[in-house]
Design a protein around this ligand. Structure first.
Ligand code: AMP
Length: 395
């Protein structure tokens, strides 16, 4: 796996696909700089070698050229974070972009305008990719968030740099962290899979079955399993068309000697609302008119015990409706248990979707081994798929 550490960028122009798809407020200011900070080590490696960096990214989902999606709005933030006055060019291809790239001096950073102002980006257009490729000597992909898309700048472009292409430090770390869980893992390995629906995680659960010892199933998806096991789940969320899938997963786990852990008690609410009335119920006996919105106290103790015994931990998806304070405890306790296990030497990876938001919200991001930056990309890797953006660098 070639990374930026295998290259010397002295007097070279590095064309870096970053993921600067950051949230902006109504004043078009960046409200979360995580993704820009995450790209910093790769950019600094290029600059410290004596090269220059040409950054390309998408922002939002523009339909053609729309000012609110211009990367011009983030130039100041990127400059502050990188510590270099970043130049901006209002197109990502064409004469103006080529001139700005050619004039860029060693130590300089140039940010190109939003790639998705051109529909050719998402279409994976080869001519467009070739035009982009003219801007740099070495292509670096450091955008994990879009590595599962065969877009021009993430995948197609790599063919124009047969020898001079590599992973950025962020993307390399994402791949290594996932390998640490799925390939070279220390046992026992525990996966905690939560979130609203089992349908969105079926392929993940099936793929990890050969790699883990324990699967903790929490959140809304647990009720489909409890129902197929004969429980009364009241008005809890349930996918009735996925009962057979839940049964298949339980059978497969038995066959493969994987222990599936489901909640035993829940915080049930009389409505899906932050000020609902609540009661603690056995998960197999939830009264009609009540719905389980968080794990109960006995479940939290049980799940925490399994996590404490684990040497490798993967967490994907919240354990309850953590966005509402009343139903956040299960998710917080899982997060704390993972943080404690990590402090005791376990490797922990949090990735994909709302569990990342949860660890950030509850101040746990620094207490786990690695927090993934890519939701969809992480899920596809967990499903065992080969991501086109990764494949394009490896080939
Ligand atoms: P996902 O995007 O599938 O990872 O699902 C995340 C969402 O699942 C979060 O917004 C949670 O509020 C929601 N969730 C977790 N537990 C439950 C539950 N028991 N009932 C309904 N929604 C839930």
């Amino acid at each position: 796996m070639k990374t930026v550490n295998d290259f010397n960028f002295d007097n070279k122009k590095a064309l870096i696909r970053v993921d600067f798809n950051v949230p902006l407020n109504e004043e078009l200011q960046v409200t979360d700089t995580t993704r820009i900070e995450a790209a910093k080590p790769t950019i600094l490696k290029v600059l410290e070698d004596g090269g220059s960096a040409i950054l390309m990214s998408h922002l939002g989902r523009p339909k053609g050229v729309e000012d609110q999606f211009s990367l011009n709005h983030i130039v100041k933030t990127v400059s502050d974070i990188i510590g270099v006055q970043v130049k901006f060019v209002p197109n990502c291809i064409g004469d103006e972009a080529e001139k700005a790239a050619a004039e860029l001096k060693n130590g300089g950073v140039l940010l190109l305008e939003n790639l998705r102002f051109h529909p050719e980006e998402k279409a994976g257009d080869k001519d467009f990719a070739e035009k982009l490729s003219k801007l740099g000597d070495i292509y670096i992909n450091d955008a994990f968030g879009t590595a599962h898309r065969a877009h021009a700048s993430t995948t197609i472009i790599a063919q124009f740099f047969p020898e001079n292409k590599c992973f950025g430090l962020l993307l390399a770390k994402e791949i290594e962290s996932l390998n640490a869980v799925l390939s070279n893992s220390q046992k026992p390995v525990t996966a905690i899979i939560g979130g609203a629906k089992v349908s969105s995680k079926i392929d993940v659960i099936k793929n990890i079955m050969d790699k883990v010892d324990n699967i903790i199933i929490g959140g809304g998806m647990a009720y489909t399993f409890i129902k197929v096991k004969g429980g009364n789940i009241g008005d809890s969320i349930c996918e009735d068309d996925k009962l057979d899938v839940a049964q298949d997963i339980l059978n497969l786990a038995k066959k493969k000697n994987v222990r599936i852990h489901l909640p035993i008690d829940v915080i049930a609410a009389d409505s899906f609302s932050p000020d609902a009335k609540t009661q603690i119920c056995d998960i197999y006996h939830i009264p009609d008119g009540w719905q389980g919105l968080d794990a109960g106290p006995k479940t939290n103790i049980g799940f925490s015990f399994i996590i404490a015994e684990s040497k490798t931990i993967l967490w994907n998806g919240p354990i309850g409706v953590f966005e509402m304070e009343k139903f956040a405890k299960g998710t917080i306790e899982i997060g704390n248990a993972i943080a404690d296990a990590t402090a005791d030497g376990a490797f922990s990876l949090v990735g994909g979707g709302d569990s990342v938001a949860a660890v950030k919200q509850f101040g746990l991001a620094d207490k786990v081994s690695y927090v993934s930056t890519g939701g969809g990309a992480m899920l596809e890797m967990l499903e065992g798929k080969t991501l086109p953006g990764i494949e394009a660098i490896l080939n």
